[in-house]
Design a binder for this molecule. Structure first.
Ligand code: NDP
Length: 294
């Protein structure tokens, strides 16, 4: 058996095309163009690239994008003032503060200062609570992307045993809630879980969100399982070149799994597509429009 590749890149491109058409309809029917404000503090070069890419992706999907850049030396009070302005700006439907923030700024306080209905990253405690209690809210983009890929690739999620390795607030925990909502039986593992290989071998769906290159070996995978690899790890080869690998030993997984997301080109592209989806959803809900009808 060779695992089928779950084409996150292709799926994300289709999602973005569909969103472009929905954005056109939203404008025609309701005169609304969803707006995404991305806030960047400091000089982190990777963050500058991410912010530029998010702005470009928003424009390509027919959304408005607003970039706000603050200096590395900006105070928390300055950032909170900007967020208060964005919260009350009707053109802004989604607010994303690019992380990590400079050390002097308390990220938790910043996330809490975003209007939960504009919190397109889905990190606000109110959105975490809404997800946990089954209320409509904004769901973190990476787990939402994983769920969409699984829904596309697994005919029946109900009753499947999903093992998620990783319990972060941005990936593992929200994905556990989403898969519970999809009627999977969910086990969340972490660094203190004993005998992780045996646990992984019980998974019909195995999600790796660990942040350690190729920690999940082929022998840990149940034959026929569906594997979602969230990890993005930069490794240096013997010849000094850099390579991006996931948390799963991909070549070992290929002959065992039924399907697997590649890295890159799997979950990564879905994250940005889901950010745009969340902005669209937020724009609709703020105006009492059901996003499913657009
Ligand atoms: P965190 O570091 O916040 O969490 C990692 C989790 O993995 C923790 O729960 C930790 O356990 C667990 N863990 C660490 N080592 C082991 C181990 N040896 N065995 C079992 N569990 C272990 O990471 P994130 O959730 O933020 O990200 C995870 C990965 O996903 C990273 O590679 C990141 O780059 C990638 N990522 C990719 C995105 C995308 O768009 N594709 C978006 C976000 C993240 P404990 O809680 O006990 O410490």
């Amino acid at each position: 058996m060779t695992a089928a590749l779950i084409d996150g890149k292709g799926y994300a491109a289709a999602l973005r095309q569909r969103l472009f058409k929905r954005a056109e309809r939203l404008k025609q029917l309701h005169g609304v163009v969803p707006g995404l404000a991305v806030v960047l503090v400091g000089d982190n070069p990777a963050s500058h690239i991410y912010v530029r890419n998010k702005g470009k992706a928003a424009q390509e999907a027919g959304l408005q994008s607003f970039e706000h850049k603050l200096r590395e030396s900006a105070s928390q009070a300055q950032l909170l003032k900007l967020l208060a302005e964005l919260n009350s700006d009707d053109k802004v439907d989604g607010i994303l503060v690019q992380l990590p923030l400079p050390k002097a700024i308390d990220s938790g306080a910043v996330i809490d200062a975003i209007d939960p209905d504009k919190d397109v990253d889905g990190f606000h405690v109110i959105n975490a609570g809404r997800l946990a209690t089954g209320q409509p809210g904004l769901v973190p983009c990476t787990p939402l992307g994983c769920e969409l890929l699984l829904r596309a690739g697994v005919p029946q999620l109900a009753g499947q045993h999903a093992v998620i390795v990783g319990r972060s607030n941005i990936v593992g925990k929200p994905l556990a809630q989403l898969l519970l909502r999809a009627d999977c039986t969910v086990t969340v593992a972490h660094s203190k879980t004993p005998d992780l290989p045996s646990l992984c071998r019980t998974a019909d769906i195995l999600v790796a969100a660990v942040g350690r290159p190729e920690v999940i070996r082929g022998s840990w995978i149940k034959p026929g399982a569906v594997v979602v690899d969230v990890g993005i790890n930069r490794v240096t080869e013997k010849d000094g070149t850099m390579r991006i690998v996931g948390d799963v030993a991909f070549d070992e997984a290929l002959p065992v799994a039924a399907a697997i997301t590649p890295v890159p080109g799997g979950v990564g592209p879905m994250t940005i597509a889901c950010l745009l989806e969340n902005t669209f959803t937020a724009a609709c809900r703020r105006r009492r429009i059901d996003p499913e009808t657009v």
